[in-house]
Design a protein around this ligand. Structure first.
Ligand code: GCO
Length: 444
């Protein structure tokens, strides 16, 4: 079987609600922090929003047909919290539930397995107005929302993800401020980390207690940065960076607590841990999902509080300015497996932004760079499987070009083009390439 994936390997495609759904004011959907952030001048390129996005809310039949025709067996999407609870608490909105029931029924009919993310960054604005993730009550609100999802969609969903990338929600949203809600306070950001993880733990605990039989896990965009040189000092620097970017999340999730070395370097921060929290957070997980796009190179820096800095490299870059490093994905899967031995791993996102052009005939999009990117990263996944790492599946990011957060529609990650004006879908060459890979016509 060398160079081939096992028969039961999961081949998927991923999206997130705010990035693709549109229909921002339909059927009782409330407002989220992303609706507000997009309307704040200067936050999102050209003032763009997810108001319409790919209009998947009305066009999911077409997207499901396209997935089906490519042999894609799993669709990873997220549930928009403000569609289910317009102000983040209380009784669910029937029309919101109906939408996801329709989507799930259509997926089932097509034989596509749903991988459902409960939270992909769209906190109801009403909860942000009460303090957002830095406030403990938000963890309980998330627990309530997760339980509504389990109950309403449980019969059709075998694979759940509590949170997508708590690092981004907390650090990009509350410390750096480049994501919603755009606040800039490190102490708040670290409180947010804890409450996100607490919300996750509460949801997993409830899911188990309900006796449900599915799998539940979390998706992280963690990093084990590469030392810039073979020197011992750079190796130590990279390990310090892994404290901040990875062990802050994997540590508590696997019952080892927050990395003290990192917290000691942040004297302004204190984790709002209450009695019993760390046990709640460390619920056994069925899998860890990894979103991998690039790998940073890290060097020792005497002047930095944690003695590391990111350094530029010679690697080819994508339109995001991110290095293309397929080996990094393999290194990272190994690192996670060696350090934590998760039951199972998925690559829940992988892909690249390329500014693809449509052919003159208007029906073809050539994206050879994306094909190269996918091929080389799939090869890393194949190596991982051959090495015995429990990698169970791969989800390309993304099914279609969509709203790329603060970059608006300027960064195109799709294997299907989605015209931002008309919503017209055109499968790109990479879509056909992915179809071949899924069919087993490639050796890696
Ligand atoms: C992510 C997000 C996606 C992004 C993608 C490309 O998990 O970071 O899930 O929403 O669009 O990563 O930046």
């Amino acid at each position: 079987m060398e160079g081939k994936f096992p028969k039961d390997f999961v081949w998927g495609a991923a999206t997130a609600a705010y990035q693709v759904e549109g229909a921002f004011d339909e059927d009782g959907r409330g407002s989220s922090i992303w609706d507000s952030f997009c309307r704040t001048p200067g936050k999102v390129l050209h003032g763009q929003t997810g108001d319409v996005a790919c209009d998947q809310y009305h066009r999911f039949d077409e997207d499901i047909r396209l997935m089906s025709e490519a042999g894609i067996g799993a669709y990873r999407f997220s549930i928009a919290w403000p569609r289910i609870q317009s102000d983040g608490r209380g009784k669910p909105n029937q029309k919101g539930l109906d939408y996801y029931r329709r989507l799930l029924a259509a997926l089932e009919k097509a034989g596509i397995d749903p991988y459902v993310t409960i939270y992909h960054w769209d906190l109801p604005q009403a909860l942000e107005d009460e303090g957002g993730w830095p406030v403990r009550d938000t963890a309980y609100r998330f627990e309530e929302f997760a339980n509504i999802c389990f109950e309403a969609f449980g019969p059709s969903v075998r694979n759940w993800t509590t949170l997508n990338e708590p690092f981004c929600s907390a650090i990009l949203g509350y410390e750096i401020g480049v994501h919603a809600p755009g606040r800039k306070s490190r102490p708040d950001a670290y409180r947010a980390v804890h409450h996100l993880l607490l919300g996750h733990g509460l949801a997993v605990r409830d899911y188990r207690a309900s006796g449900a039989k599915g799998n539940i896990g979390i998706v992280l965009n963690i990093q084990s940065p590469r030392p810039a040189t073979p020197s011992k000092r750079d190796a130590l620097a990279a390990d310090r960076a892994a404290d901040r970017d990875s062990r802050m999340y994997l540590g508590p999730l696997f019952g080892r607590g927050y990395p003290e070395r990192h917290l000691a370097a942040c004297p302004d921060v204190s984790m709002p841990v209450e009695k019993g929290d760390m046990e709640i957070i460390a619920q056994p997980l069925d899998y860890v999902g990894i979103n991998y796009y690039t790998e940073n190179a890290v060097a020792w820096d005497d002047g930095a509080p944690e003695n590391f800095k990111l350094v530029p490299t010679y690697y080819e870059k994508t339109d995001m300015g991110w290095d293309v490093i397929p080996e990094g994905l393999l290194r990272f899967l190994r690192w996670t497996n060696d350090e934590y031995s998760p039951k199972a791993l998925y690559v829940t996102e992988n892909g690249c932004a390329v500014n693809d052009a449509v052919s003159e005939s208007g029906d073809r999009v050539r994206d050879p760079k994306r094909i190269d990117y996918l091929r080389s990263h799939l090869a890393s996944c194949c190596r991982a499987v051959e090495e015995g790492i429990p990698l169970k599946g791969y989800f390309v990011w993304s099914l279609l070009d969509n709203f790329e957060w603060s970059f608006g529609y300027s960064k195109k990650f799709g294997i299907i083009r989605c015209d931002p004006e008309t919503g017209r879908r055109i499968p790109k060459d990479s879509y056909y390439y992915y179809r071949e890979a899924i069919a087993g016509n490639e050796r890696f």
